[in-house]
Design a protein around this ligand. Structure first.
Ligand code: FES
Length: 75
């Protein structure tokens, strides 16, 4: 089974519990879920108005690459 989940956040959520701060992954790409492993840096230069997906090696692809007839509305 394969599941696509949309994430728009490109940075972690800082959470402080008992005086200790942990960083929870907000981008969905961390290999150490639920914690951030820094992989969100791969999302920083995503182009506005595009939808990206990442393969198992965190290689970026755009939805339009797989479905060339999809038009993505600008925000
Ligand atoms: S927020 Fe996902 S890896 Fe950092």
């Amino acid at each position: 089974m394969t599941r696509l989940v949309m994430r728009t956040r490109s940075k972690p959520y800082p959470v402080t519990i008992g005086g200790e701060t942990k960083f929870i992954c907000g981008c969905g790409l961390s290999a150490t879920q639920p914690f951030c492993d820094g992989t969100h840096k791969q999302t920083r230069d995503e182009k506005e108005g595009t939808i990206c997906w990442y393969d198992a090696d965190v290689g970026r692809n755009e939805v339009a690459d797989a479905f060339p007839n999809i038009r993505i509305p600008s925000e």
